[in-house]
Design a binder for this molecule. Sequence first.
Ligand SMILES: NC(=O)c1ccc[n+]([C@@H]2O[C@H](COP(=O)([O-])OP(=O)(O)OC[C@H]3O[C@@H](n4cnc5c(N)ncnc54)[C@H](O)[C@@H]3O)[C@@H](O)[C@H]2O)c1
Length: 488
Amino acid sequence: MSTLDQNPTAPRPASSASALGDPDVVPTYAPVPEGRARRRYAVVGTGHRAGMYVGAITGDHADVAELVAWCDTNPGRMSVYDAEAGEALGLGGPVGLPQYGPDDLERMIAEQRVDRVVVTTPDHSHAALVSRALRAGADVVVEKPLATTAEGCRTIVEAAEETGREVVMTFNYRYAPRNSSLRQVIQSGAIGTPTSVHFEWVLDTVHGADYFRRWHREKENSGTLLIHKASHHFDLVNWWLDDVPARVFASAGLQFYGAANAESRGMGERPARGTGSTGDPWCLDLTRDPRLKALYLDSEHHDGYLRDQDVFAPGITIADNMSLLVDYRSGVRMSYSLNAHSPWEGYTVYVNGTKGRAELTVVERGAVVVGKDGEVVLDASAIEQEAGTTSTRPEGQRLVVQRHWEQAEDWTIPAGIGGHGGGDAILLMDVFRGDLRTSEDPLQRAASYLDGVRAVAVGIAANQSLETGQPVIVNDLDLGIDLAQSHN
Ligand SMILES: NC(=O)c1ccc[n+]([C@@H]2O[C@H](COP(=O)([O-])OP(=O)(O)OC[C@H]3O[C@@H](n4cnc5c(N)ncnc54)[C@H](O)[C@@H]3O)[C@@H](O)[C@H]2O)c1
């Protein structure tokens, strides 16, 4: 079982796959005190993302964590995980953990004496599940985004404040060493006081398209990509600048995916789903990936969840091109854009300051190319080798710092460990053994629900701005907490 994967369609840059980390970004942890009981975990939402946590609990962190129950609406997916966990634990068969539906969350927590719940369900369900788990007596580890609406934020804040229980937000992008390095550059004062940020993220025609195949494509499920995806990016900016958003103006549209766009480009009749289609690079055939097949295709008779719908079908209620202007409390202003149908994937961030400028450029996948059979080839280097060519956009990362009156300099990005830009494995150490850390993290990467609210605040404000055509003051959103307050 992969412990590192984020999404099967996301790029997996080789530059992030180091096994040895740099001590600057890889913290140290004390050994587990003798005789200490393992924490009892239940996983709520046994889709693809849960794999990273289940892999960690049955692998590297099995000495501090124990799986005790599954909770999902789909018994098929829970059974797939039960079998995988049994294999990882060397049991020679399924573990046979009890399975619960979401209506029985409280009963599960009581019956199985759950200490911590991992919430990896679709975004819109986080608010209710997190707050219910807290009130039922468990701590929570929750995937981004914390919630998709202002009401959802308030629900979680109230439950967390009333119960005093812990909510761990898993912002894995913070842990990617290149992102940590930009924080170090800003913290060091090398570029002076930040004044403005220009941030562009492009998702390619494989990974970007994937948000238009299933639940994400409806605003009520994902809150749009400005919450589902960009909450990662807005968290990074909040954290890089140590600042909070104050005002947001947004403009966005569905200009590429969806039935109307396909029709206007004369694309003709489309298959309703990817599985079974051949020679169409927009199609995701679930039978080509045994894990996707087991989790989704083989489990769809339980609930009708189709993982591979056509990206040019009707019913999409989110945008694929988004532009924002965001003002921060300190006076920093940001222009941000997100595109979901780019021919390559990665991002560029430019931070201007009173003493100079920092520029982070990351290419996660340089190209999405199509093979002779008409299918997407995720590793373009194989085709390059065959054709004897090289890409002019190689996968890589570069952080350049230039101070006024000086030449530009490359800032060394330390090596991380694991996938997702070298961040997931370090994140998991913080999640599962944060209490054993032997030193403070100068990068302050561990995130709480306060950071979760700060991150979705921009997307919630942007969605409101899209509805009204007006800029939105973040303080007026009533998110249930003062964003400028410091962590407990
Ligand atoms: N940090 C990252 O990089 C990253 C990457 C991928 C996904 N995610 C997040 O992880 C979460 C899950 O994503 P995914 O791709 O695995 O989604 P998914 O749809 O593949 O899996 C979600 C699972 O939750 C179950 N479910 C739905 N409603 C439920 C409910 N009310 N109670 C219990 N279970 C329910 C579904 O049956 C499914 O098994 C999302 O919030 C997503 O934003 C984060």
